[in-house]
Design a protein around this ligand. Structure first.
Ligand code: ADP
Length: 257
């Protein structure tokens, strides 16, 4: 998926800090993720998980720290040469990731295919033919082959969210950021969406996933990060979920399992 050096992590975050109205929400977050790995961010509500993901995509501007995805990096500690230079750095970083939100935010007046073409064609300037071929392939991957002419309202919530995932992938990001991708779904629709995410992780997409679905996390995670009050309190492999060391992680897992 890239010519990135496999010995260095694809994603690196150092010293990430963010406050909202004087309240520290991220208090120095460090993380790395290797290419082709799935990282699950867990933690109590309000611990800063969404803010970490949004900072990677620069939907929030960190107050301090460095964020690098592949060859694009922004050092929020260092003043940019000028505003134009910072804007270009941010645009480059942003283009390395694709975000999947709790609610899919599909364009209701566009077909499924139209939704998938918008970013690649209008924003990235790719040819319609090439973007269409890619979009059809992605729709197959998320189990929606043949539904390209449907409108979002004609699809179930789970199907809509799978279109949302395909739309993020259509931007050919290096990393997919999924922010509680199933939390807005009716319970009976959750498993089909989790299955698609699991398949995509198995095919080598690099993913950072915020989820409360601990069983899913156990299946999919190469790395688990437990956030508590704006810092990573515990990190490790999937064993963090079955054999947590930190008291706050134990409490959290007892509550959600
Ligand atoms: P989590 O994803 O772990 O639930 P968030 O990153 O969404 O946590 O939020 C962490 C804290 O930051 C919460 O207290 C939340 O209310 C606050 N917060 C998040 N985004 C904003 C914002 N745009 N403005 C003000 N406060 C915010």
């Amino acid at each position: 998926m890239s010519d990135h050096d496999p010995t260095t992590p694809l994603v690196e975050v150092r010293g990430l800090r963010k406050a909202f109205s004087g309240t520290d929400v991220l208090r120095g977050v460090d993380l790395s993720a290797g290419e082709g790995t799935a990282t699950v961010l867990l933690g109590p509500s309000g611990s800063g998980k969404t803010t970490v993901l949004r900072s990677l995509n620069v939907l929030e501007t960190p107050d301090a720290g460095r964020v690098r995805i592949a060859d694009a990096e922004v050092d929020f500690d260092a003043p940019a040469r000028d505003r134009g230079a910072r804007r270009r750095e941010v645009a480059a970083l942003r283009s390395r990731s694709g975000m999947v939100f709790q609610s899919h935010h599909l364009f209701p007046h566009k077909t499924v295919l139209g939704n998938l073409l918008e970013g690649p064609v209008q924003v990235q300037g790719r040819s319609v033919d090439e973007a269409t071929a890619d979009a059809r392939r992605l729709l197959e991957q998320v189990g929606l082959g043949g539904r390209e002419d449907a409108y979002p309202a004609q699809l179930s919530g789970g199907q809509q969210q799978r279109v949302g995932i395909a739309r993020a992938l259509a931007l050919q990001p290096q990393v997919v950021l999924l922010d509680e991708p199933t939390s807005a779904l009716d319970p009976e629709l959750v498993s089909e969406v989790l299955a698609v995410i699991r398949d995509l992780a198995a095919t080598g997409w690099t993913m950072l996933i915020v989820t409360h679905e601990v069983r899913f996390a156990r299946d999919v995670a190469d790395q688990v990060l437990f956030l508590d009050e704006g810092v990573i309190a515990e990190r490790g492999g999937a064993e963090v979920l079955t054999d947590p060391q930190h008291e706050r992680t134990k409490q959290f897992l007892r509550r959600v399992l």
